[in-house]
Design a protein around this ligand. Structure first.
Ligand code: UD1
Length: 418
C-alpha cells in the first residue's frame, strides 16, 4: 500500500501548472458517449477516477486512449446499455453515465454509485427528473432499471437543491431528447458551464448554464469535437491552502481566480497577499495566518465550495485566533478533523459546525486519509508540522490530485511517495 511521507517545516516557493478539472473531465467523458464521432479532450488530469470513467466507456464499447493529458474517445457501435456493479462502485460520478445511456438507449441498467463516504448521497433528484422525461424506473436490490416506452422527452424540472450531479445528468439526457427541457434551480458551478460548452461544441443547444435556469433544446445527433478541459479550481484552492499554511510564495499558472472567488477573498482576510495574473494566481504568505472572523459556510456555487473546506481548515489550524466552519452540503464532511487533532490541532466539531482554535505547533503523525479532500488536508497539515507525517490510504487522494507530491515538490516541499 502506498503512502506519502511529509517532512514539515519547509516554506514553499516556486511555480506550478494547475491540473485539469476532475469534476469537469468526468461528465465531459460521459457526454462523449453521446457523440457519433471521435472526441479529443485536452488537459484531462491523470487520476484514478478518470481511469475509472475510461473503463466504463470501454465497457460500453467506446475506445478510450490516453497520451499524456489528452484522451481520445472513439464512438461505440455496441448496443451494450448496462454498466457492471463493479464499475459503478468505483466512483460517485459513475451515475453521470445514466443520463448519457438514456440519451442513446430505450433500456438501461446501472447500480447505485460508489465514491467518497461523505454521508448519504442519494440520487432521488436524478431519478425523479428522468421519470418526468418519460423514463420508467424500477429500483431493485441496488439496481436502477430504466425503460423508455416511446422516447425521452423534454420536461420542466425544478430541483429541490441545486445538485451538481443531477444538473449534469439531466443535461446529458436532455441534449438528445425530444423537445425542450428547462432546469430550474440548476447548479451554477463552473464545471456545469464547461460541460455545456463542450456539448455546444458537439452541436447541442443549451442556454443559461452558469445561471439558475438552464434551457436545453434537444437535437437529433451530436458529433465529436476537440476540447480543452478547464483547470481544477479545487486543486487550486488546495495548493493555495498549502502555501498559506506552510508559508512562502508561489505562482499557480492556469488558475482562474474568478472560479474560486469566495475562497480567494477568505484567504485575503488571513493576511496572505494574493494577486490575479493574466493566467494564474500569485500568493505570498508570512509566518502566521490570521484566523477568519466570519463563519465559513459551505454553499452551492457561487458560495464557498464544500470541496475546499478541509484544505482551508488545515491551513487555519496554526492561525492566530478562532475560525468557525459550517458544512451545509454533506452530512459527514469533518472526518479529517480526527487526524488534524492527532497532529495537535484544536478543533471542536458539533453537528455541522467546526470551531478551529489556532495553535502554535502541529506535530508529525501517522494518519490515514478518510476521503479525497480530507486526505489532502492531512498532507497540508504535514507540511505545517514539526517532524514527519505519514499519510496512508492515499488512494483517496489519487482520485482527485494528479501526483500531489510532484506538484508540492515543485514548490520545494519535502514530500515523497513510498
Ligand atoms: C459534486 C462534486 C463534488 C462536490 C459536490 C458539491 C463531482 C464529480 N463531484 O458532487 O466534488 O463536493 O458536487 O459541490 O462533480 N443530493 C440529494 N439527492 C440527489 C443528489 C444530491 O439529496 O439526487 C444531495 C447530496 O446528498 C448532497 C447535496 O445534494 O448533500 C449536494 O450533492 P451534489 O451537488 O449532487 O454533489 P455531487 O454531484 O455528488
Amino acid at each position: 500500500m502506498q503512502k506519502l511521507i511529509v517532512q514539515g517545516g519547509t516554506r514553499l516557493r516556486g511555480e506550478i501548472n494547475l491540473q485539469g478539472a476532475k469534476n469537469s473531465a468526468l461528465p465531459i467523458m460521459a457526454a462523449s458517449y453521446l457523440c457519433g464521432s471521435k472526441c479529443v479532450l485536452h488537459n484531462c488530469p491523470k487520476l484514478t477516477d478518470i481511469y475509472a470513467a475510461s473503463r466504463i466507456l470501454n465497457y460500453l464499447g467506446c475506445k478510450c486512449s490516453f497520451a499524456e493529458n489528452t484522451v481520445q474517445i472513439m464512438p461505440t457501435e455496441s448496443d451494450c446499455s448496462s454498466i457492471s456493479e463493479e464499475l459503478m462502485q468505483e466512483m460517485r460520478s459513475s451515475i453521470i453515465f445514466l443520463g448519457a445511456l438514456l440519451g442513446r438507449h430505450k433500456k438501461c441498467t446501472v447500480s447505485y454509485p460508489g465514491g467518497c463516504k461523505l454521508g448519504p448521497r442519494p440520487i432521488d433528484m436524478h431519478l425523479s427528473a428522468f421519470r418526468k422525461m418519460g423514463v420508467d424506473i424500477n429500483e431493485n436490490f441496488g439496481k436502477v432499471i430504466c425503460n423508455v416506452k416511446k422516447s425521452v422527452h423534454g420536461a420542466r424540472i425544478s430541483l429541490t437543491f441545486p445538485s451538481v450531479g443531477a444538473t449534469e445528468n439531466i443535461m446529458l439526457c436532455a441534449v438528445l431528447a425530444d423537445g425542450e427541457t428547462i432546469i430550474n434551480n440548476a447548479a451554477r458551478e463552473p464545471e456545469i458551464q464547461d460541460l455545456a460548452q463542450f456539448l455546444r461544441c458537439c452541436g447541442a443547444k443549451i442556454k443559461g448554464d452558469g445561471e439558475s435556469r438552464i434551457v436545453i433544446e434537444g437535437v437529433k445527433a451530436l458529433s465529436g469535437c476537440e476540447y480543452t478541459i478547464m483547470s481544477d479550481r479545487i486543486a487550486c484552492a488546495t495548493y493555495l491552502s498549502a502555501i498559506a499554511g506552510a508559508g512562502g510564495e508561489a505562482i499557480i499558472h492556469k488558475a482562474c481566480a474568478n472560479c474560486i472567488e469566495p475562497f480567494v477573498s477568505l484567504l485575503d482576510q488571513t493576511g496572505c497577499s494574493i494577486y490575479t495574473l493574466d493566467e494564474g494566481i500569485y500568493v505570498r504568505s508570512g509566518m502566521r495566518m490570521k484566523a477568519i472572523e466570519s463563519c465559513i459556510r459551505t454553499m452551492p456555487h457561487p458560495g464557498f465550495p464544500t470541496d475546499a473546506q478541509a484544505v482551508l481548515m488545515a491551513a487555519l489550524t496554526k492561525s492566530d485566533g478562532t475560525s468557525v466552519f459550517e458544512e451545509n452540503i454533506f452530512d459527514c464532511r469533518y472526518r479529517h478533523t480526527d487526524a488534524l487533532i492527532k497532529m495537535g490541532a484544536d478543533i471542536k466539531v458539533l453537528g455541522k459546525t467546526a470551531v478551529v482554535q489556532g495553535v502554535d505547533r502541529l506535530y508529525g503523525a501517522k494518519v490515514e486519509a478518510t476521503d479525497l479532500r480530507g486526505g489532502a488536508a492531512m498532507v497540508i497539515a504535514g507540511l505545517m508540522a514539526e517532524g514527519t507525517t505519514e499519510v496512508t490510504k492515499i488512494c483517496y487522494i489519487d482520485r482527485g490530485y494528479e501526483n500531489i507530491e510532484v506538484y508540492l515538490q515543485k514548490l520545494g516541499a519535502d514530500i515523497r511517495r513510498e
